[in-house]
Every structure is written in structure tokens, then in C-alpha cells.
Design a protein around this ligand. Structure first.
Ligand code: BMA
Length: 306
């Protein structure tokens, strides 16, 4: 079966020209579906070279984006672990708390760490601190507790480029670490390193998790999007993994930009049977692509774990 993402014909949805102030670029965005509007938490790289997080809202999730002129999280907010910038936010609704959990990369003079924060309105946040010391990126929270604990996928730099899982009773103290998805090595499209993207989607067959996979080329890395299926009650156990990618850089806006050949999924949600994924293209715009969840599940399930 040919199961691939369908790119939105309005792509790229948001570029730096849509911002209410001058900046270098806007890209990787977490997403929240509020029903009557879609909220994106986008990474904007300012002309200083550091990134901040800014909110955009649209009723249909495609057109008429209203971009805030005040950062949700900014390196000048006074947090010493964010003074080099904040990047690549993932957004997960936490039903037991009735708020949204944000995970983003906090950049500082000692590297990159995972910061965790809460918001109820996407206007103000409550910082919960760093989940792990550096170097660590690509964190996303599961949308419910598993066996009584919050769960988070993340990517420690010292883990060989693999996705790991950690658990917490309170979103502050994290432990019980296990490796979940290693890069496949060699010439594989996800051979060099991998990192989780969109909030895990609970299905009858397991947690469907999108991830970016990086292949190292002599000309530089190529970032593509694949999927794994994780056990519902023990998400450290991988049930299946896509052998091929579902989205790769093909269009001019994915091939060319500040960092070319990059599609980088951070945000998304399920509407009906469709998965909407907001992804950064070439570190220069925010784009949207959709895919059928049942078709994606069938494709991933037809493939053995490697
Ligand atoms: C990764 C992250 C992403 C970025 C990607 C490609 O390491 O920093 O924010 O989109 O590289 O440059």
C-alpha cells in the first residue's frame, strides 16, 4: 500500500513574512487543537541568532494565522538555562491537570537541556524546571499517565542518537530510563539519529509515535519522518517500526532554506481518522501535511521491528 503524507496546498503556511516583527526565520512548531481554533507554538530565530517561542492561532488551522507580538518563552526572560535560546516545543494536553504540558529545548552555555512548563492559555507559562542535565533534546510528553506516572520520550546526546523514555510522578523528577528507538545505522534513512515529534497517539494497537530520522550524507544531513508503534502499558517496548519514511524533503521549500533538506515534525493531532502534522521545512517555514491514521497503522504493523 502506498501510504504517504499529503502536503497542504497552502504550504508553506507561515514564513518570516507573516511575523509582526523582523526575524531570521520561523519553523518547528508544537500544536494544540482547541476545537474552534488551532494554536501553534512556533520557534522563531531572531536576528540575534537565538530562538524564542511565539504563538500563532487560526480558526481552520490552515489560513488567517494571527501571530502574537509577545513571546511565550524568550531567552531574555531571566532563566539562566534559556539564555542561548529556546527551541522546538512539543505540546501535550494533560487531562488530569486540565492544562497543556510544554517540553522544549533550553539552550545555555553548557549545552541543551529539556525544559518542562505548563500553560492553560498559551499566554503565560509556569516553568517546572529542567527534566535532565545537558545534552538532551526532542522531548514529548504522553497524553496520559502510564501505570500512574507521567511519561516522556526524549533524546539524550550520550545515548547514541536514540529515543529514550523516562517516567515521573510529578513532571519534575524523572527516572526509570529505558532506551526505546535506536538509530538503525548504516545507509538507513534513520541511520544516524532519531528524535520523537508529535504527541504519541493512543490506538488499539499501541502508541503511534512519529519521529524524525537523520541520514548523514557527504553534503550534510537529510531529515525525514517515520513512525513506530509502542506497547500501550509498556511504551519502552517497540512493537513495530516503519521500514521507510512517510515524509521526506521534496518540495523547494523543504529542500532550500537556512538548513536545507529538513522536514521536522513537532506538533499534530488527530481529527476524525486523519493525523494533521505541523512540521518545520528547511528551518525556514511552518508547513502542514495529513495522513490517514488507519493506513499508517497498517503500514507500520506490516513491518517487523528492526
Ligand atoms: C536539529 C534541531 C532542529 C533543526 C534540525 C535541522 O538538531 O536543532 O531544531 O530543525 O536540527 O537543522
Amino acid at each position: 500500500m502506498d501510504c504517504s503524507f499529503l502536503r497542504c496546498e497552502k504550504n508553506p503556511l507561515i514564513t518570516k513574512d507573516d511575523l509582526p516583527y523582523r526575524a531570521n526565520t520561523v519553523f518547528n512548531a508544537g500544536a494544540a487543537d482547541l476545537g474552534d481554533e488551532v494554536v501553534l507554538v512556533m520557534r522563531v530565530e531572531s536576528l540575534s541568532g537565538r530562538s524564542h517561542l511565539i504563538v500563532a492561532r487560526s480558526e481552520d488551522g490552515i489560513t488567517n494565522w494571527r501571530v502574537s507580538d509577545r513571546a511565550l518563552v524568550h531567552p531574555d526572560d531571566g532563566d539562566m538555562y534559556e539564555e542561548y535560546g529556546v527551541e522546538d516545543c512539543r505540546v501535550t494536553y494533560l487531562p488530569d491537570k486540565g492544562v497543556w504540558g510544554l517540553t522544549y529545548t533550553a539552550c545555555h552555555c553548557a549545552g541543551h537541556s529539556i525544559a518542562v512548563a505548563l500553560t492553560s492559555d498559551f499566554r503565560n507559562i509556569e516553568r517546572l524546571g529542567l527534566a535532565f542535565p545537558s545534552d538532551n533534546k526532542n522531548a514529548v510528553l504522553f497524553p496520559r499517565k502510564i501505570n500512574g506516572l507521567y511519561a516522556m520520550l526524549h533524546r539524550p546526546a550520550s545515548g547514541g542518537g536514540s529515543i529514550w523514555i523516562a517516567y515521573s510522578p510529578d513532571l519534575i523528577y524523572w527516572g526509570r530510563s529505558e532506551m526505546v528507538v535506536p538509530p538503525r545505522g548504516g545507509p538507513w534513512w534513520d541511520g544516524l539519529r532519531v528524535g520523537a515529534g508529535v504527541t504519541p497517539i493512543e490506538t488499539e494497537c499501541g502508541w503511534l509515535v512519529l519521529y524524525h530520522g537523520v541520514k548523514g550524507m557527504v553534503s550534510g544531513p537529510i531529515y525525514r519522518v517515520g513512525a513506530v508503534l509502542l506497547d500501550r502499558e509498556n511504551p519502552a517496548r517497540m512493537i513495530a517500526r516503519s521500514r521507510r519514511w512517510f515524509l521526506g524533503p521534496e518540495t523547494s521549500y523543504e529542500r532550500l532554506g537556512d538548513v536545507g533538506n529538513v522536514v521536522f515534525p513537532c506538533g499534530g493531532f488527530v481529527r476524525g481518522s486523519e493525523l494533521w502534522v505541523y512540521y518545520g521545512a528547511a528551518d525556514s517555514s511552518v508547513c502542514l501535511a495529513t495522513i490517514s491514521v488507519p493506513d499508517m497503522l497498517d503500514t507500520v504493523l506490516s513491518e517487523p521491528v528492526i
